[in-house]
Ligand binder design. Structure first.
Ligand code: GLC
Ligand code: CA
Length: 587
């Protein structure tokens, strides 16, 4: 029954010991009352971030961009989106991080650019210009009736075909995302050289590394075959088998990795559809020097429909646990590394996704999720507002409040085809409130002042502030020892204090069949910690004997405040209770 502990020789590294705080520039803090967050606003809150106890700040794209996809459509990698500020502001931000002992990451978005980027403007201008090959251009296909068709049936992540016809030269270009986000052609050496130049430019400026946007999509199957027809309701089909972790991915990552190694830089790669363990390991194994860690998607896709995220996807806690267990043990055994996250700018708020917490339970549920995540093996990521227990947008919000291209394109598509099906449209709206990226993008709630203190009173922010800002805001939490903010601080502090256990220890999942409790141990040599999380709003009993848990030596942390009741033989867990115990190892 007892799980045998095996202490592996594990490489120590600063980026394994660190934690990261993600900033979404438009919604973080508006310094000049134009309703849009900006870089000086970030600089003004560095002490707040430092207080949380994170080591690194990652800023989502703030480069020059027409903002079709909130800056993930870059038109110039060397200048900033004017409402956010200037390159000099970034210099000040980097300086502000460094002077507080924190590092700073940029977002590297190089699977695609904006269609307004000079490279694409040139590329589309004629078939024989120097930049034509920088993007993926293909001849049309024709069906039996002689109608022009895209080169294959790939679907775009933002609805419809992944190919756009360009009248001027009579060819299609590939865009895995919006029409305005053409994919770069990494097969073409000058593209790789241009990306390397961008990376060096920002590292030379003092940037400490990168979060790499959909980095496993950069190598595509060069035959561009049709994707299998899996979703019968669609013409366009998911083609990830032809572009996720493609044939030359590791060669390209090695190229980037060489530069990162030179600077001892941090890297985390976003990798949707990365299902093959061995292939992921090639990217993150310590001695490969490609990237440090990846964002896996299994646990955030858990509530998606089979082909459409805006379709209800029922899930169980046992499934969630098995997804984590797989990566936790695999990385530990193979000298790889995990990036740990519940939230980011693409995901709804975690309290809403993973619990059924009522508004009044936000604090206790937020603390539980913090414990569960940050004490697993890996580098924890906190997304702005998560440290306050921010929640999804209100159910009553009309569709006009939603702004994300992913959600809006979905809505428009279904309005066009199902205009009379009120029940279907209502259901989609319900799903948007659960899963739209808008949920993460409402402004940070700084205080109980109008607009939550994000921008001036009377200013109309680019996106409405969640009306619960009077209850959930930073001002009331920073100095309150019982707040979610203070608790996150304690969790991150505990992880540092018991570095061997929580960073370098093994991971063993306990009580795998429970649909209520997420329980695991972390062990380093003869030091063991037990983490117990009640994912429900009910009081439960948990049996330590059935899980071969040793004697309790100390209570390290508890979401209700430290208590001594764990000396009992059968342990009671209050609603959403999380507890961290130092125990005597039994194996
Ligand atoms: C990534 C980003 C997302 C963006 C997409 C296209 O998934 O996280 O926000 O829309 O890539 O760049
Ligand atoms: Ca502003």
């Amino acid at each position: 029954m007892a799980n045998k502990h095996v202490q592996r020789p594990i490489h120590r590294a600063w980026w394994r010991e660190s934690s990261v705080y993600q900033i979404w520039p438009a919604s973080f803090k508006d310094s000049n009352n134009d309703g849009v967050g900006d870089i000086p606003g970030i600089v003004s809150k560095l002490d707040y971030i430092k207080k949380l106890g994170v080591d690194i700040i990652w800023m989502s794209p703030a480069y020059k961009s027409p903002q079709v996809d909130m800056g993930y459509d870059i038109s110039d990698y060397y200048s900033m989106h004017a409402p956010y500020g200037t390159v000099e502001d970034v210099d000040r931000l980097i300086e502000g991080c460094h002077s507080r002992g924190m590092k700073f990451l940029m977002d590297l978005v190089v699977n695609h650019t904006s269609d307004q980027h000079e490279w694409f403007q040139k590329s589309r201008s004629s078939k024989d210009n120097e930049y034509r090959n920088w993007y993926v251009w293909k001849q049309p296909k024709y069906d039996e009736q002689g109608n022009r068709q895209p080169p294959n049936n790939w679907i775009s992540h933002f609805q419809g075909s992944a190919w756009q016809y360009d009248e001027l030269t009579g060819e299609y270009y590939l865009h895995l995302y919006a029409v305005e986000q053409p994919d770069l052609n990494w097969e073409h050496p000058p593209v790789r050289k241009a990306v390397h130049d961008i990376v060096r430019f920002w590292l030379d400026k003092g940037c400490d590394g990168f979060r790499m946007d959909v980095i496993n999509f950069i190598s595509k199957n060069q035959d561009f075959p049709d994707a299998p027809n899996k979703d019968p309701s669609q013409i366009w089909q998911w083609a990830d088998i032809h572009y996720a972790n493609g044939p030359r991915l590791h060669e390209y990552l090695q190229g980037l990795g060489q530069i990162l190694k030179e600077y001892d830089a941090f890297s985390v790669g976003e990798m949707p559809f990365a299902k093959k363990l061995d292939d992921v390991l090639k990217a993150v194994r310590y001695d490969r020097h490609e990237i440090n860690m990846i964002f896996d998607f299994a646990h955030v896709d858990i509530d998606h429909g089979p082909y459409d995220k805006f379709v209800e996807g029922p899930w169980k806690l046992t499934t969630l646990k098995s997804m984590f267990e797989k990566w936790q043990t695999f990385m530990y055994e193979n000298d790889g590394w995990n990036a740990l996250y519940w939230e980011n700018h693409d995901q709804p708020r975690s309290i809403d996704r993973y619990t059924n917490a009522k508004p009044e339970d936000s604090t206790i549920a937020g603390k539980m999720l913090a414990t569960c995540l940050a004490l697993m093996s890996g580098t924890p990521f906190v997304y702005q507002g998560q440290e306050l227990g921010m929640r999804n947008v209100p159910l009553e919000w009309p569709i006009e409040e939603y702004q994300d291209i992913d959600c809006i394109n979905h809505w428009k598509g279904h309005l066009a085809t199902e205009a009379n099906n009120t029940a279907a449209l209502d259901e989609y709206r319900r799903q948007y409130q659960k899963k739209s990226r808008d949920n993460a993008r409402t402004p940070v709630q700084w205080s109980s002042e109008p607009n939550g203190g994000f921008t001036g009173a009377g200013v109309k922010p680019w996106m409405s502030v969640n009306p619960n800002y009077a209850e959930i805001n930073a001002e009331s939490q920073v100095s309150d020892p019982s707040s979610v903010f203070s608790y996150w601080r304690s969790v991150l502090g505990l992880r540092k204090k018991y570095l061997d256990i929580f960073v370098y220890g093994d991971f063993v999942m306990l009580d795998k069949t429970s649909e209520e409790v997420f329980a695991y141990t972390r062990q380093y040599e003869d030091q063991q910690a037990l983490v117990l999380c009640n994912f429900t709003d009910k009081a439960l009993k948990w049996d330590p004997a059935a899980n071969a848990v040793g004697k309790v030596q100390d209570v390290l942390l508890n979401s209700y405040g430290v208590s001594e009741k764990y000396q009992d033989e059968t342990w009671a867990l209050r609603p959403f209770e999380a507890t961290v115990l130092l125990v005597t190892p039994t194996a």
